[in-house]
Structure formats: C-alpha cells, structure tokens
Design a protein around this ligand. Structure first.
Ligand code: SAM
Length: 213
C-alpha cells in the first residue's frame, strides 16, 4: 500500500483499508507466514509499527499466540484498525498505541518481535527510528521491517492492478524498494552497528535485526 498518493488522514485511512481488503488482501497472510518461519517467534509480545488498518497484525494474530500492539502515528488509521480488530475478534489479544516510531513509549527490552510493512519509507529520520526499535527489543528479539508483497507473482499481479488506477504507483514502488533506498537503509544499520540481515528477494525487502541473548 505504498503509493505516491498515500495520506494518513480519515479519507486516506478509509482508502487504504479498502485497498488492504481487496487488491492487497492476499499479501498479508503470506507475509505473516514468512514472519513466523523466518523469525521463529510465535509467542510473547509483538509490535506492528505503522500498522495502518491492521491487516498484517490480524493475519499474524490468526496464526500465532502473539500479543500484538498496533502502533501508528495516525489516529484515523488506528480508529479503522480498532473496528477491524472488533470485527475479526482479536480485540482481546491486540492493543492500539498512537505513537511515533522515533519516540516509542515502551520500556527497554520489552518486545520479542517488531514487524512493519510499508511504513519505513515514510519515516523522517532512520537512525533514531532504528535505535528506538533496537532499544525496545528484548534479548533474543527480532524484527521483520520493510516492504513487499510476499512473492514475485503477487507483486506483479498487484502492480498491474495498481498502475491501472494510478500510473505513478510504479515510480513510487521503485523508489521505495529500489537499490538506492535499500543501500541507504543498509548504511544506516551499518553505522548504528546493530546486528542485522537483509532479505531482498521476491518476498520483498526486509530488515531482520536480532538482539543478542
Ligand atoms: N502496515 C500497513 C499495511 O501494510 O497495510 C499500513 C502501511 S501504510 C502505507 C504506512 C503506515 O505507516 C500508515 O498507517 C502511517 O500512518 C504509518 N506511519 C508513517 N510514519 C509513521 C511514524 N513516523 N510512526 C508511526 N507510524 C507511521
């Protein structure tokens, strides 16, 4: 849902929710499965940063025992997410937190898994954002942060549909997931000195930090 017309006010939240439930709908269960497989954390506390209307958190809650905090800086996104949690029956295991990734109001070492899809491209200042994420990770905690569509075939099918609606979408996607941006993010992580691995394949571009035990 990373497109050049992204807005996070009430109208933008409703538009994103509509796209998440239609064109993007098949992506979230695939990514949720990849998160569990690649991170190996299915219990404990998880935070979804830039959760939007909650599709990834809901898919993840459905296949794990994670208690998930949906963190987003947009109150309009969170109010749509609240409705979606109620409708899917996950309100008891998922909580909402209006906050900015650059200043996360959670204690040090309190989170086992941080996930985030399609949000990192909007963060203003990556070094403090990643420092905050590393700070809240518990020993042994991991992250799955980035953007993508789960597989090359899903990506191509979605791109064809999105470009029909908005020809600029492709340019925006290439900018977000292209080599320049990937290298920029890689440099930030190297300078911070946090242990990490980057996945860059058909599933998308994903930053996997791991905090030492
Ligand atoms: N993760 C969702 C998905 O994949 O459907 C939503 C992605 S949407 C393109 C990006 C989200 O990141 C928006 O909900 C926006 O409000 C949130 N966001 C942008 N900047 C943020 C920041 N600095 N801190 C927290 N959330 C942020």
């Amino acid at each position: 849902m990373t497109d050049g017309t992204a807005r996070f006010d009430r109208e933008g939240a409703q538009r994103m929710d509509r796209i998440a439930k239609t064109v993007f709908a098949p992506v979230y269960p695939v990514i949720a499965g990849q998160i569990l497989e690649r991170c190996g954390i299915a219990r404990g506390r998880c935070v979804d940063i830039g959760s939007g209307s909650g599709s990834l958190a809901i898919a993840l809650a459905g296949i794990s025992g994670l208690a998930i905090t949906l963190l987003d800086s947009s109150p309009d996104m969170l109010s749509v997410a609240a409705e979606n949690l109620r409708e899917t029956g996950f309100s008891d295991r998922c909580t909402l937190l209006k906050a900015d990734v650059h200043n996360i109001p959670l204690p040090d070492a309190s989170v086992d898994l941080v996930v985030s899809r399609g949000s990192v491209f909007f963060w203003d200042d990556l070094p403090p954002a990643f420092a905050e994420i590393y700070r809240i990770l518990a020993p042994g905690g991991r992250t799955y942060i980035g953007g993508g569509f789960g597989s090359a075939s899903l990506r191509d099918a979605i791109a064809a549909e999105m470009i029909r609606e908005n020809p600029e979408w492709q340019t925006f996607r290439e900018k977000n997931l292209g080599p320049e941006n990937r290298e920029r993010i890689g440099r930030v992580l190297a300078e911070l000195g946090v242990p990490h691995r980057i996945v860059n394949d058909g599933s998308g571009f994903w930053i996997m930090l791991e905090k030492e035990q």
